[in-house]
Design a protein around this ligand. Structure first.
Ligand SMILES: C[S@@+](CC[C@H](N)C(=O)[O-])C[C@H]1O[C@@H](n2cnc3c(N)ncnc32)[C@H](O)[C@@H]1O
Length: 271
């Protein structure tokens, strides 16, 4: 049983990017990125030459955004094919002097020295896809500087990625009881960790992180019917209104279990 992302090819990377550019899925990702960027901005280092580590960085959505803003990034991912796609995009934008690309499993970061990074990103759920989220969080803590920050996302057990992770009652029971979903490929049923908010909080604390905040992501998309979403997304103004509304709703702690993913911000705890 292997991590299916590892086997993805350049073509898979292109397909992955293509999905993000189209239709309601594209709108959902655009909204998420807008809000996550507003969070990331608050933790960017003053010195733009200090590299930001982008773990499970995929085809480069955050590394490219950071580089376009003048920051340096190290883009890592477990999948050589996905990184090939990232390289194509980085070269196209002439950003190769700002982004270093390295293959790395988020559970094994020994190529990086202790206390190296002020800001680490793990967006798009690599902690849900990896073999051992506890080990990954310990590794990330080791390479994060004192007072450094990790901004990450995990799949939310109570939304099961908009229901897509459960295809039967047996699946749903196992996910809700234990938090383990599986990729649909019967020949390679690799696990995907579905975190509950309290499980995530406990794991972060147990691995030496101080939780700054947890928020539900894709909240508006999780709460509203597609038809109503389309009305809101019909204009630039509507999109802006959605960003403002979702940012407001995210402050209601009772909604934490309602987003497709849980976003978190954590600081390296001292001692
Ligand atoms: C949904 S994509 C997210 C990409 C990007 N971070 C974003 O926010 O759009 C998940 C990424 O996690 C990577 N990934 C999965 N398991 C991983 C692991 N064990 N170590 C590092 N990356 C991993 C995948 O290859 C994939 O590129």
């Amino acid at each position: 049983m292997g991590n299916p992302w590892k086997k993805m090819t350049l073509e898979d990377g292109k397909t992955f990017d293509g999905q993000k550019e189209k239709g309601s899925y594209g709108d959902m990702i655009a909204l998420k990125c807008e809000i996550l960027w507003n969070i990331i901005k608050k933790y960017l280092p003053d010195d733009r030459t200090v590299p930001i580590l982008d773990l499970g960085g995929g085809t480069g959505v955050w590394s490219i955004r950071l580089a376009l803003e003048g920051y340096s990034a190290i883009l890592t991912d477990i999948s050589p094919g996905i990184l090939e796609r990232a390289k194509e995009k980085i070269d196209k934008e002439s950003l190769s002097d700002k982004i270093i690309i390295e293959q790395a499993d988020i559970c094994n970061l020994k190529k990086y020295k202790e206390s190296s990074f002020l800001l680490v990103l793990a967006s798009g759920d690599p902690l849900s896809y990896c073999d051992n989220a506890k080990k990954a969080l310990e590794e990330i803590r080791r390479i994060t500087k004192e007072s450094g920050v990790l901004i990450g996302e995990v799949e939310n057990r109570y939304k099961m990625f908009d229901g897509r992770r459960a295809s039967s009652w047996e699946d749903a029971k196992r996910i809700l009881n234990e938090g383990t979903a599986f990729w649909p490929d019967k020949k390679n049923p690799a696990p995907i960790r579905q975190f509950s908010p309290s499980e995530l909080e406990n794991l972060l604390v147990a691995t030496g992180w101080q939780l700054i905040d947890m928020q539900p992501s894709h909240l508006i998309f999780s709460l509203l019917e597609r038809e109503i979403l389309q009305q809101g997304l019909a204009s630039k103004e509507g999109f802006k209104e959605m960003v403002v509304l979702e940012e407001k709703l995210r402050k209601d702690k009772h909604l934490l279990g309602c987003g497709f993913e849980i976003q978190f911000i954590a600081r390296k705890a001292i001692g």
